[in-house]
Design a protein around this ligand. Structure first.
Ligand code: AMP
Ligand code: MG
Length: 417
């Protein structure tokens, strides 16, 4: 892909969104596998197949509280001698012999000589004898060794995401660790002379840094371990120092601001000096100026870096379109994209020619379909348009208008209620 640089905004010299996005994602690989303690691996993707190293259950055990018996020797109504007891966690203190039964608890090992359990509800015990109301068949209320998982079976494949059930399965097989692709460590840096940390006083022309908070939250929601660095002014040396300082702690670096065509857009220059970074004007709105590449990081592998535009909505949408799928890929996940739905436009939308437009929309269910309307004015600096958005409606590059009642594709930012 050739980087498109320079001024102007004619659609003709813009990189098509799809090919640019594929080009970027093709250069991102899953992180090297790491062995983590089970709960540290929660949400991570397994990097190797796991075969059962034992059967589950490991031994035949009772599915009920009741009496363990030899099925063939039971006459309903004829009392059996209670020979002993079997509790969960230890072998029974007696064997079952014809004419006898062992009192047994759920999960206890089936005693020698027994092949069935009669539930306590079907039994009457008095003076050391038990009378059973039913004639059991062999195997009744017995959980067989290996009926859940057989030793040697493949239980979890590489690529499986470790959620609650998978962690439970690993633990039940005796694993206290798992080999997974770890969470990517992402460092977010806001750049701009005008930026001030929220909470402090503002001078004339200054504004609070919103992007780094928003991007850090987005990165965490996408599954990264994310750190927000202090604001960096538009100063070549300070930018260089901040980027270089962040690299040893980062599997991916995300900057906001300074990649468009302004006089103080030094991020561009500094990134170009630190590594192999392309500056591309992508056919999308918002989010046209994009930087992506790899920064050299001493002896370690080069670190991928996304330079996002500073307008808050541009930063948000760029994160969704490029950084989120990259984080997913680094985690070893194959579900890179947000779920998408078709929705009916409840209002007409205008869109610029030659660019994919992402509108922030609210969704509502009605007449068996989803309906979309914009969250309000859609300027790339209007952060309010993202607040309360349920999704991003994607208007294809060739469309300049969507009429009310037409269908649009919406990338879901939240679960629709
Ligand atoms: P830039 O991409 O640096 O040219 O910035 C474009 C616009 O986004 C300017 O109006 C900036 O003031 C604004 N901006 C840049 N960074 C941030 C940030 N971290 N938080 C809020 N607004 C920002
Ligand atoms: Mg700036």
């Amino acid at each position: 892909m050739s980087a498109t640089t320079g001024h102007g905004g004619e659609a003709t010299d813009l990189a098509p969104l799809d090919s640019y996005r594929s080009h970027v994602l093709a250069r991102i690989a899953p992180l090297e596998p790491l062995e983590l303690a089970l709960l540290e691996a929660h949400g991570c993707v397994l990097a190797e197949d796991v075969a059962a190293r034992a059967s589950i259950p490991r031994f035949d055990n009772s599915a009920m509280d009741g009496y363990a018996v030899a099925a063939a020797a039971v006459e309903p109504g004829t009392p059996l001698e209670v020979l002993g007891e079997a509790a969960a966690g230890a072998p029974a203190d007696a064997e079952v012999t014809p004419g006898g039964a062992v009192r047994i608890m759920t999960g206890a090992l089936i005693p020698a000589g027994a092949d069935a359990v009669v539930p306590v509800e079907e039994a009457e015990e008095e003076h050391g004898k038990v009378t059973l109301r039913v004639a059991p068949a062999p195997g009744d209320h017995v959980r067989r060794a290996g009926e859940d998982v057989r030793e040697g079976d493949s239980v979890l494949g590489a690529g499986t995401r470790l959620q609650a059930a998978e962690l439970g399965m690993l633990a039940s097989l005796g694993h206290n660790r798992a080999v997974v692709h770890p969470k990517p460590r992402l460092v977010v840096l806001s750049t701009g002379d005008e930026l001030v940390d929220p909470g402090g006083p503002l001078g004339p022309g200054q504004l609070y840094d919103s992007n780094s908070f928003m991007l850090t939250a987005l990165a965490r929601e996408a599954g990264a371990a994310c750190y927000r660095q202090p604001i960096v002014p538009d100063d070549r040396e300070q930018l260089q120092e901040a980027f270089e300082g962040a690299l040893p702690r980062a599997d991916v670096l995300v900057t906001s601001g300074g990649v468009s065509a302004g006089r103080y857009d030094l991020v561009k220059e500094v990134l170009a000096e630190l590594g192999d970074v392309e500056f591309t004007r992508v056919a999308m709105k918002p989010g046209m100026p994009q930087a992506f590449g790899f920064l050299a990081s001493g002896a370690a592998d080069p670190v991928p870096c996304f330079g996002l535009p500073g307008n808050p909505v541009s930063a948000y949408v760029s994160f969704e379109v490029f950084v989120r799928p990259a984080i997913r890929r680094m985690q070893g996940r194959s579900d890179l994209n947000r779920p998408r739905i078709a929705a009916i436009a409840d209002e007409a939308f205008d869109a610029p020619p030659g660019k994919v437009t992402f509108l922030r929309v609210m969704l509502e269910r009605g007449d068996g379909a989803w309906h979309a309307r914009t969250t309000g004015a859609q300027g790339s600096g209007l952060l309010h348009s993202v607040v309360n958005a349920h999704g991003l409606a994607e208007i294809p590059a060739e469309r300049t208008r969507v009429e009310r009642g037409e269908q649009v594709l919406v990338h879901l930012l939240v679960d629709p209620a």
